[in-house]
Design a protein around this ligand. Structure first.
Ligand SMILES: Cc1cc2nc3c(=O)[nH]c(=O)nc-3n(C[C@H](O)[C@H](O)[C@H](O)COP(=O)(O)OP(=O)(O)OC[C@H]3O[C@@H](n4cnc5c(N)ncnc54)[C@H](O)[C@@H]3O)c2cc1C
Length: 393
């Protein structure tokens, strides 16, 4: 059986759910196809918390997109009645000359984001949960914090469905076949006819857009929720990231989530504890097979890292989970329109920092699908920057 759609979105993770919401707001007849379930545990959008911030060391050009995204999360909170953001602040710390700290301060200066520069004495006074060498420098953004990923994905999908968009779960797309009049989206259960397509397939993107395969590397990440040491008030902690220099992976932590619900038995959730992780890894993953489960060696590696910088977290591991990063060659997103097509648009290679930006990506992709262009400043994320590689565009 086939239907005609204005837009088919493939994937109901961070980006797909945001795109479906945006499409529904524009009155498009839109369908989202998800092979598993929204924000499932084999992808990249689960784990109870994600950091959002605006003083962005990765690249200052993200700042307008970050502001746009946070505003869109806020409207989604109002529309859904679900709390999605917890503004506990974001602290970045590094050695003297740290590019992470300097980049955060510079993007704050350039875009008038309120971010404070801190030296070691100020860090020790304001954020006593961590250990700082005397030459440590830091930057703190108060208007940052955590966003609840599963809740945000479900709220976006709910908002879209309330406007008439359709979501099909357990619906796996096998191929996209474009012709002069539209695109056939071939699934295990048949095919759909649509005017345009947004591929928001995360780690599975190369299966649908094989030309992007040389640009995308999927890696296994471990996140662990850790009890704090006795006498520590974890509720006052910010989210944080320690730049440990060029030879070590950055270590990050997320604050406990005060709004996390108890489970059915009245027990606390892992989200009531701080979460820690090392940013990046070289463990390659085939998303079809999934990541290997968390092992003792993963937790020992994490513990070795956090006991040095965050002695307040010296407690037991409450829960742990794997998750996938889909890395691009330069760590920046790849957003655009398939080469030779005007109908198939994508966001890929979110490189471990995409959740907070998903609403802007969803809006930009729907702009591309609807008008062929977007007013959102995503040009710096175009695949054209890889034009010297064989796989570009
Ligand atoms: C441990 C960890 C910590 C992170 N921390 C942060 C953070 O603090 N802040 C931040 O901003 N970002 C963070 N990120 C990154 C962020 O979570 C991801 O960039 C983002 O969630 C990716 O969303 P996505 O929609 O691209 O992918 P996904 O959420 O994986 O969604 C893709 C979806 O497409 C579906 N799909 C794929 N192929 C098909 C097909 N053929 N047919 C049907 N469905 C299909 C998949 O099943 C999946 O549900 C973190 C990521 C990890 C793993």
């Amino acid at each position: 059986m086939s239907h005609s759609w204005d837009l088919v979105v493939i994937g109901a993770g961070a980006v797909g759910s945001a795109a479906l919401r945006a499409a529904s707001e524009r009155g498009a007849k839109a369908l989202c196809l998800e092979q598993h379930t929204p924000a499932h545990e084999r992808g990249s959008s689960h784990g109870l918390s994600r950091i959002f911030r605006h003083a962005y060391f990765e690249h200052p050009d993200y700042v307008p997109l970050l502001r746009h995204s946070t505003a869109r999360f806020e409207t989604l909170e109002r529309e859904s009645g679900v709390t999605l953001l917890h503004r506990c602040g974001m602290l970045v710390v590094g050695p003297a000359g740290s590019e992470v700290v300097a980049g955060s301060l510079e993007s704050g200066r350039r875009w008038h984001v309120a971010v404070e520069a801190l030296d070691a004495p100020a860090l020790r006074t304001r954020f006593p949960w961590f250990a700082y060498p005397d030459e440590a420098v830091g930057a703190f953004e108060a208007n940052a914090g955590l966003v609840r990923p599963e809740a945000a994905v479900h709220a976006a999908l709910g908002a879209a469905r309330s406007r008439g968009a359709e979501l099909r779960i357990g619906a796996r797309v096998r191929a996209l076949v474009e012709d002069a009049g539209g695109v056939w989206v071939e699934t295990d259960a048949g095919r759909e006819r649509t005017n345009t397509v947004i591929v928001a397939a995360g780690a599975w993107t190369p299966r649908l857009l094989p030309e992007l395969a040389p640009l995308l590397t999927v890696t296994r990440q471990v996140q662990a929720w850790v009890a704090v040491a006795a006498g520590i008030d974890a509720g006052a902690m910010p989210c944080w990231l320690f730049d440990r220099g060029p030879s070590e992976r950055a270590l990050y932590g997320l604050a406990p989530d005060p709004a996390a619900p108890m489970n059915a038995a009245g027990e606390s959730s892992p989200a009531h504890h701080p979460k820690v992780g090392l940013h990046g890894s070289s463990d390659l993953v085939d998303p079809e097979l999934g990541a290997a489960p968390v092992a003792d060696a993963d937790l020992e590696r994490l513990h070795r890292a956090y006991r040095v910088v965050a002695p307040a977290l010296a407690g037991r591991v409450v829960a742990a989970a794997t998750c996938l990063y889909t890395m691009s060659p330069d760590g920046h997103f790849i957003v655009g329109t398939r080469r030779g097509s005007q109908r198939i648009h994508f966001a890929a290679g979110l490189s471990g920092h995409g959740f907070k930006l998903a609403p802007a990506l969803g809006d930009a992709l729907v702009d591309l699908a609807t008008h062929g262009r977007t007013g959102l400043p995503v040009d710096f994320l175009s695949p054209a920057r890889f034009v010297t590689t064989r796989a570009a565009q």
